[in-house]
Design a protein around this ligand. Structure first.
Ligand code: GLU
Length: 435
């Protein structure tokens, strides 16, 4: 097989099969937390019904001519979960494990995430069931363009704005922007975020999710009376989110004791030289074989002896099976949905401070918002401005979650859901029901 056509946004690491099968489907896992938060908020039954259902679900066939001349038909999804607060916003993933249930859950999470950090977007997600690592660059481009054209009715700066997610990147966003613009007969940069900087992308967007993770980890450590300097961190996933989080945390003085990708886990109790690991991965495209660390199974990274663990790969990796063995004091959820509802209870009993996904990884969509604002204004900010504004939104959101959790005696995940649902519900009440 030739070299994979893209470098991934988040890297997929699949948990052991039995744990994956044993626990809930992602939409039900999201709903369990939603129900709990809605109950505590005493959400009225009408709104409860509205917010439990996605607004729009698109299932589309994506026929593509492979390089060998044969036609393959892939399945694509785009789910707009809720658009009461603004245009639908959320990434597109290309992966063999994409299902409608997963896309629905991810679209709902985007809704809560945007509300939690209080940016004027609704939530969406898209996906194509395919294996981009087995495609040439040309095939990937054809899948992207055909998928884009088949969901084009929903797309637009005022209606639905995609971004990178698992196995998609700036290159893919550039094709989406071009396809949309060709149909519209003029260039529309604000239809998609996470674009190359040269074509209307924002400075700092590539690092934004990892930077957000670094900021909230620092805040959480401070709450526990600890400093980022010397804090021992283990990170699962070495795609865009995991690798940038590792790099920025190390630059702030944290000790990165372990990282992993789908090829291997790496452990060095004295701390990895993250710059050196990044160089290795740039050259070889995988962690396996890196010499200055012990190779460990990649799922072991989650249960290592450390202060902070960052699951930055995919859903359902912290389950009832491994949650009892987690030794970290803080979990910073760089991935979407890495912890199952059953595991939440165990973590709470153990007193682990969880920075939930909809807060921890919200840096990405926050800078996507900045990118959309810059594209629409046609005026671009310097990187310092982007980072300063990101910092202020992440710190404010973190503080709101922690004080809500204290005031209502709930864990940080339920506090985050409550704040988000409360904001979305408030918008529905103000707008009224068009029926
Ligand atoms: N895919 C990212 C997420 O899950 C970014 C979404 C966006 O920027 O719209 O948050």
């Amino acid at each position: 097989m030739s070299e994979p056509a893209i470098h991934t946004e988040r890297q997929m690491i699949r948990p052991e099969k039995d744990t994956f099968l044993a626990e809930e489907n992602p939409f039900e896992a999201m709903m369990e937390r939603f129900d709990h938060a809605a109950q505590l908020l005493k959400l009225d039954s009408g709104l409860y019904k509205v917010l439990r259902n996605p607004e729009k679900q698109i299932i589309t066939s994506v026929p593509v001519v492979r390089d060998n001349g044969e036609v393959e038909v892939y399945t694509g999804y785009r789910v707009l979960y809720n658009t009461s607060r603004g245009p639908a916003k959320g990434g597109i993933r290309f992966d063999l494990n994409v299902t409608l249930e997963e896309v629905k859950a991810l679209a709902a999470w985007m809704t809560w995430k945007c509300a939690l950090v209080n940016i004027p977007f609704g939530g969406a997600k898209g996906g194509v069931v395919c294996d981009p690592t087995a495609m040439s660059m040309q095939e990937l481009e054809r899948v992207t363009r055909r998928y884009t054209s088949s969901i084009i009715e929903t797309l637009g700066p005022d209606s639905d704005v995609p971004a990178p997610d698992v196995n998609t990147n700036e290159r893919v966003m550039a094709w989406i922007m071009d396809t949309y613009s060709m149909h519209k007969r003029h260039t529309v940069t604000a239809v998609v975020t996470g674009k190359p900087v040269e074509m209307g992308g924002s400075l700092g967007r590539r690092e934004a999710t990892g930077r957000g993770c670094m900021i909230v980890t620092r805040e959480a450590l401070a709450r526990l009376g600890m400093s980022l300097k010397g804090a021992r961190v283990a990170i699962q996933g070495f795609g865009n989110v995991g690798s940038v989080t590792a790099d920025l945390l190390a630059k702030e003085g944290a000790v990165i004791v372990a990282v992993s990708d789908k090829s291997s886990g790496l452990h060095n109790a004295k701390g990895l030289d993250v710059g050196d690991v990044l160089k290795w991965v740039r050259e070889r495209r995988q962690l396996a074989g890196y010499p200055k660390a012990d190779a460990i199974p990649n799922d072991q990274v989650l249960t290592l002896d450390c202060d902070v663990v960052v699951p930055a790969a995919t859903e359902n990796v912290i389950t009832r099976k491994n949650a009892p063995h987690i030794k970290a004091k803080i979990i910073c959820e760089g991935a979407n949905g890495p912890t199952t509802a059953a595991a939440d209870e165990i973590l709470e009993k153990k007193g682990i401070f969880v920075i939930p996904d909809i807060l921890a990884n919200a840096g990405g969509v926050t800078v996507s918002y900045f990118e959309w604002v810059q594209d629409r204004g046609g005026y671009f900010w310097d990187e310092d401005t982007v980072n300063r504004r990101l910092e202020s939104i992440m710190v404010r959101s973190f503080t709101e979650v922690v004080s809500w959790a204290e005031r209502h005696a709930v864990n940080t995940r339920i506090a985050s859901y409550m704040i988000a649902i409360d904001r979305v519900a408030a918008m529905h009440r103000l707008r009224g029901m068009y029926a």
